[in-house]
Design a protein around this ligand. Structure first.
Ligand code: TXA
Ligand code: MG
Length: 339
């Protein structure tokens, strides 16, 4: 997968430049702005603006114990935000920034405690999206930004889904089209030895091990993990319909089993052709392409809601490559948790 935006960078349109100037004005006056990234859309506030940070938590209905990611456009900003950058982490940044990799560092006192819920660490990433980078460069200051969804819901990956999610509750939404990757960044803790993945994403264990061979994958929900990656314990990625996971070997049987039930059925299929069936009102087939499944997963969740799907059958995938991240999101979307 190509994470290098410069290879597919087009010049920004005048309209986009104007919108970015407007976004900077709003942020400098205490507002909150949604901006596109290569993973999902983010809801940003200036790192130094405590009131705007509070607005983010309020608008999302986000628990305060779930810290935010700090977005930067230049590695020199790390000096003010972190205490220490381990040498292998520098190699990872060299290879994957800008890109969908968030690194957890020991934080400096410049990072407001409210952004990180009093932790002594901070999550930092440099997004690989021209609009996001231009916004950060023009602002000349980092943005604290979670995904632009109400807490517990799928992350929006296009302008229309952000509007549906947050609409009038934010001061501006920058339109950057469809997100290239569709799943949130990989979160890697570099404060421990060996480094460990707290949230899987499109930069996979295999990618990271090419640079740092002993990275481990560790994002279970045991009590220990909860304290290291606070966000993972909460309800996540759940659309307003029941997501039911279906293994490839059971696919035909399971779809058929819902045939005579009086529900509006949706089907997401990774490897199987979806049969014609009267009660299937929404369907999408990904032709064994995991990247395509990942890119479209949340958009499909929003589409299923629009189509008033009640049960969304979703085929599982193997763990290879982006499969680990995709399965993680599918599993969490299908947990009924607190609903
Ligand atoms: O792709 C992304 O990462 C998107 C875009 C907008 O950049 N952002 C995003 O943010 O997904 P959010 O807030 O939805 O998820 C941040 C994740 C949560 O699981 C949170 O617990 C974890 O990062 N996190 C943040 N700070 C942390 C810290 N200091 N230690 C451990 N985990 C942290
Ligand atoms: Mg999120």
């Amino acid at each position: 997968m190509n994470f290098n935006i410069y290879s597919r960078m087009t010049k920004m349109k005048d309209f986009e430049c104007e919108q970015i100037k407007k976004a900077v004005r709003i942020l400098k006056h205490g507002g909150i702005v949604v901006f596109p990234t290569e993973t999902v859309y983010g809801l940003g506030a200036r790192l130094s603006d405590e009131n705007a940070i509070k607005k983010i938590f309020a608008v999302k209905g986000r628990p305060f114990d779930n810290p935010l990611i700090v977005h930067i456009s230049d590695k020199s900003q790390l000096r003010f935000l972190t205490k220490k950058v381990p040498a292998p982490a520098k190699q990872l940044m060299e290879k994957f920034w800008p890109g969908p990799l968030t690194l957890i560092f020991k934080r400096s006192s410049q990072v407001p405690s409210s952004v990180v819920n009093g932790l002594d660490t901070v999550a930092i990433r440099m997004p690989a999206h021209l609009v996001a980078l231009q916004l950060l460069r023009s602002l000349k200051e980092p943005l604290a930004a979670p995904s632009a969804n109400r807490s517990g819901r799928p992350s929006p990956t296009c302008y229309e889904d952000v509007q549906k999610e947050l609409g009038t509750k934010v001061d501006l939404i920058l339109n950057g089209g469809n997100s290239d990757l569709g799943l949130e960044s990989t979160v890697l803790d570099v404060t421990c030895k060996p480094f460990r993945i707290l949230r899987p994403g499109c930069i996979t264990l295999e990618h990271l091990r090419e640079v740092v061979p002993n990275v481990i994958l560790n994002f279970s929900k045991s009590d220990n993990e909860i304290s290291r990656s606070p966000g993972m314990k909460h309800r996540h990625y759940q659309p307003d319909c029941k997501v039911v996971l279906v293994r490839p070997e059971d696919f035909e049987k399971k779809v058929l089993r819902w045939k005579n039930k009086n529900v509006r059925l949706g089907v997401l299929s990774y490897s199987k052709k979806i049969p014609e069936q009267k009660n299937i009102v929404f369907k999408k087939y990904f032709h064994k392409n995991k990247n395509k499944y990942a890119r479209n997963l949340y958009a499909c969740f929003f589409e299923a809601e629009k189509t008033k799907v009640q049960v969304l059958l979703s085929e599982t995938v193997d763990r290879k490559g982006v499969g680990t991240a995709l399965l993680d999101r599918l599993n969490r979307a299908s947990e009924n948790g607190s609903r």
